[in-house]
Design a protein. Structure first.
Lengths: 284, 130
């Protein structure tokens, strides 16, 4: 099996990870490519915030590749893997929007099409980066992987993993109207329940569900205690939640504080689970 | 494994080509978005064209396409169009059509359906900034 894979890798060059990246872009972002609010937002968003989002995504893609590990001997080519992940994200986004008719040449102007592609490329690129690294074959492949992220402290790894996971999950929900609608229709008692349930789920997913073995030194550092990790990760997830709500125009400075907090907690449930998933992925 | 301990390995030609192509696409997209940030920010201007050459009838009904276009730079949201068929002595047939978003330069086709042969009047009732 390993020999077959090695032969395959030799004959295919790097075709396999590139195809995996295409698949990951689709698997990770297809719901968003079919989300009406994303097309709308792509039409109305101004270029500066969109460019800022793409810049942040570029950093997240680098982090995802650092977490998942880039190919051995290629540490000087981290930039190459990042380019490939982002380029595939843009390509998959553009092709899908064209094929499903959301971009129709002659009807949708080029600048609106470019904004839609750029916006949709963000989750596609993150999905591609995760797929290039996390979904690769496990049979002996670890030898050929350089996980530079391991040089960071456990605390920093957890923080970064939480942010990457939270952002990836937030992208699937934050653009829609649902979090805001749910916030408006929720009773006040729901919000503390959501907070408690978010913390409970985060703890269960990371520490009780036995998804992955803890690496050596996992319990070191300020976040070595499971409860401290759960709590800090939750606060980080709330931060990501708030940033997405502001970024997608759901929250504005004049939005009442209660609504801002409620919406952040509501979307925070999603980002908390995403953050938990991120910390699981960094564990093996 | 310590970082960078693996033996140095030249990336495959495929990787280099895909990375090069990706880099070009990224630069073009970012460049175009940056250009757009400094380009036309004029307010939305909504125009429409009744495409009579493509109108068709089915029995007593006429299907008349109308191309609604945003000639400005900014996106218009919740654009509302009124179509009115004047049918002799009877009550005019009035329909309202809403277009959620119309980006600057974008064209959206709607159809007015009414009695064949009746004169059609189209009006833009209003829109919002997104």
């Amino acid at each position: 099996m390993t020999t077959a894979r090695a032969r395959s890798a030799t004959t295919n060059g790097d075709l396999d990870p590139i195809l995996r990246a295409c698949a990951g872009a689709l698997l990770g972002a297809l719901p968003l490519l079919y989300t009406m609010e994303m097309w709308w937002y792509g039409r109305v968003v101004a270029e500066p915030p969109l460019l800022a989002m793409m810049g942040i995504t570029g950093a997240l893609v680098v982090l995802a590749i650092l977490f998942g590990g880039f190919r051995r001997g290629r540490h000087s080519h981290l930039g190459m893997d990042t380019l490939i992940a982002f380029g595939i994200g843009i390509g998959i986004s553009a092709i899908t929007l064209l094929v499903v008719g959301r971009i129709q040449p002659g009807r949708v102007p080029l600048d609106a099409a470019a904004r839609m592609v750029a916006l949709e490329s963000i989750p596609c690129a993150i999905g591609a980066a995760l797929a290039m690294t996390q979904f690769r074959p496990r049979d002996g492949d670890a030898k050929n992987v350089d996980r530079r992220i391991r040089s960071l402290s456990q605390d920093r790894q957890k923080v970064l993993a939480t942010i990457v996971g939270a952002v990836f999950f937030a992208f699937n929900v934050a653009p829609t109207e649902e979090p805001w609608k749910m916030t408006m229709e929720a009773e006040p008692v729901h919000f503390p329940l959501i907070v408690l349930f978010s913390l409970l789920v985060s703890y269960l997913v990371v520490f009780e569900a036995d998804f992955a073995e803890r690496p050596p030194g996992y319990t070191t550092g300020a976040l070595g205690n499971p409860f401290a990790e759960t709590l800090v990760s939750y606060l980080l997830s709330l931060g990501v939640s708030y940033a997405f709500l502001v970024g997608f125009g759901h929250l504005e400075p004049e939005t009442p504080l209660y609504a801002q907090v409620g919406a952040t907690v509501m979307l925070g449930y999603v980002t908390t689970i995403g953050g938990s998933a991120g910390r699981i992925l960094v564990s093996p | 494994m310590s970082p960078g301990s693996g033996k140095s390995e030249r990336p495959s030609r495929l990787s280099r080509n895909v990375a090069l192509g990706s880099g070009i696409v990224i630069v073009i997209l970012l460049g175009y978005l940056t250009y757009g940030a400094f380009a036309d920010g004029s307010p939305a201007v909504i125009t429409f064209e009744v495409v009579t050459s493509e109108a068709r009838t089915n029995g007593a009904s006429a299907y008349v396409p109308i191309d609604v276009r945003n000639e400005g730079g900014m996106t218009a949201a919740e654009l509302e169009i009124e179509t009115r068929f004047e049918a002799g002595d009877t009550e005019p047939l009035v329909r309202h059509t809403r277009i959620d978003f119309l980006a600057g330069g974008e064209t959206h086709r709607i159809y007015a359906v009414g009695p064949a042969g009746a004169p059609l009047e189209v009006r833009v009732l209003g829109f919002q900034d997104p």
